[in-house]
Every structure is written in C-alpha cells, then in structure tokens.
Design a protein around this ligand. Structure first.
Ligand code: GLN
Length: 305
C-alpha cells in the first residue's frame, strides 16, 4: 500500500507544481512577505511511523494558525467541557480575522480556530498556566518530539508591530468580559504561539496524536480519545474559515491551515499529511496546498468520505 500511495503523492506534487499559482503572499505580517513564494513541499506520516515527503518538505516555515489546534488541545485538556462556555464550535462563515459576529454573539467567538476564538483560548491558558509562553512551548516540544523548538521572535515582533486587527479583536472581546487578562499580555502570547516554525515532516508527525485517538506514536497519551474526536470535528467544520465546506468537499479530511501557507490534514487511524506553499487564496488558505491535497485524496481514495 505504501509505495503506491507514495507514487500518488509524487505525481500529485509534480502536477500541482506545474500549475499557475493564483495565490498571493500574506503581506500583513511583514516577515511573511519575505518568504520565497516558490517553496513547495509535502510530507505524510503513517501511524506505523513510516513517512515520506517530496519537494521542500524539510524546510521550516511559519505554521501560524495551525498552532491554534495545539493551543486548543492544551486548553481543552486543562479546562474540560467548561471551555465551550467561552468559545463556540460553529463555523463562522467569515474571514479568519473578522470582528463581525462578536457583536451579535456578545463576545463569544464562533469557534477556537478563527483569531477571536484563538485569542480567548490564549486568555484561558494565561489564567491556568504559571507561565503560558513557557508551558505551551514545553507542551508543543513534547507533542512534536522537538525538544529544541522555540518561538520565532522575528515573526512574533513583525506581527505585533502591525497587529491592529488582533488588538481590536482582543479589546472588543474584553468589553464583553470574555478576556480575563490584560489584552496586551494575551496578544503577546498569541503572537508567540503563531510564530512557531516547523517543516512538513515535523508538522505531519506532530499531528499524529489526533489521528491516533489522542496518543503519540510512542503511546504517550496527550489527550483523551473523546477530546481528540471533538478537536478533529472542529478541524473539519472550522479549520479553513469560510472555506471549510470547500475543503471538506474537495479534500475530505479534517485539517487546519495557516497564513504561512501550511496545511495539515489527517485521516483518523491512518495517516497525517502536511503541505506548504506560501501563496494564499482569497480565504487565506494555501492555493496550491489545497489543490495538492485534493489531488492526493482523489487519486488515493483515502479520505473520510
Ligand atoms: N497570526 C495570524 C493572525 O493572527 C494567524 C492567522 C492565520 O494563520 N490564519 O492573523
């Protein structure tokens, strides 16, 4: 099974690489505008540990919003079901940084993967951890088996310098009493969280716990099976903002994107897959990344549908 699946990945990669890239780099974070847009990589990890990649699969990039899945995992583990009093689990139907629905829902973000929801999750972690910056990093180091992982100050500072929208979101939510810490501190942590860098191989390995009922490949429990199921459900319904339906329709896997051009997706009990192509479509998702994943699941017939 492996070699034919790997052939499909290689062919899909070559085919998609040759296509015209209709996406655009995310320039609102100045550091991300400096990335070479021709980078293109893919890597898959099977739950038996075997893995395979093509292209720029070993080059690090800014995982941005993909880290929101890991912050949700830690906050959900700490707070349990109470967490859903602070953030909902519905698709937003709006852009990732939209302020629109916060007014209607009185400061309760629609889900934890849009910026407003992830900012509330950061607030929860700030309240419940001694040192959110350090403790979250330690958690991700453990989940990823990357003991040397650090935040990128360069990317975090660059985003902070132009972080007007996220600042607006955080202040607006605080006006509804759904942020307990100082907005400036919550945002500093949020920018740090978004600044993590990994390559496709590392990203696909990191997400294996969610394909494996909450356990890492070495058996270590990260989160319960029931919670892993729910996180996967939110990835399927909300992982791509206003394009979550389209991603389910074209690719058919739970996943999460980031404005650095990365996408990670997974097939429960089978495999994870990470792609990277920096140019984004108008919804803020990697243009070629989505096409590549669509090719892979269409030709391999390995999707949840
Ligand atoms: N750090 C980014 C922001 O807040 C994350 C957004 C994303 O990756 N979609 O805008």
């Amino acid at each position: 099974m492996h070699s034919s699946y790997y052939n499909i990945i290689e062919n899909a990669y070559r085919l998609t690489k040759a296509l015209e890239d209709k996406g655009k780099l995310a320039t609102y974070i100045p550091e991300l505008a400096n990335v070479d847009p021709s980078n293109f990589g893919i890597h898959t990890t099977n739950l038996d540990g075997t893995n395979f990649g093509v292209g720029d699969n070993l080059k690090k990039f800014s995982i941005q919003s993909i880290a929101k899945v890991l912050s949700l995992t830690l906050a959900y583990k700490i707070l349990g079901e109470e967490i859903w009093e602070r953030v909902d689990v519905e698709p937003s139907g709006t852009k990732f940084d939209s302020l629109l629905l916060l007014e209607s829902y009185e400061g309760i973000p629609r889900n934890p993967f849009i910026n407003s929801g992830a900012i509330v999750i950061c607030d929860i972690l700030m309240t419940h951890l001694n040192n959110a910056h350090k403790d979250f990093l330690d958690f991700v180091r453990d989940v990823s088996d990357l003991p040397d992982l650090t935040y990128s100050d360069k990317i975090a500072d660059s985003e902070k310098a132009k972080g007007y929208r996220n600042t607006a979101l955080c202040n607006f939510i605080k006006s509804f009493d759904n942020i307990n810490n100082e907005p400036e501190d919550v945002l500093d942590f949020y920018f740090d969280m978004c600044s993590l860098e990994m390559n496709c191989q590392q990203l696909s390995k990191t997400f294996t716990f969610l394909a494996n009922g909450g356990r890492k490949l070495d058996g270590k429990k990260i989160i319960s099976k029931g919670k892993a199921k729910r996180i996967n459900a939110i990835m399927l319904t909300c992982g791509f903002y206003d394009e979550s339906g389209e991603f389910a329709f074209r690719v058919g896997l739970p996943g999460k994107s980031g404005v650095g051009g990365g996408i990670v997706a997974l097939y429960p009990q089978q495999y994870t897959i990470a792609v990277w192509s920096p140019k984004l479509n108008p919804n803020g998702n990697s243009f070629k990344g989505m096409t590549l994943l669509e090719e892979v699941t269409t030709h391999s017939e390995l999707s949840i549908f």
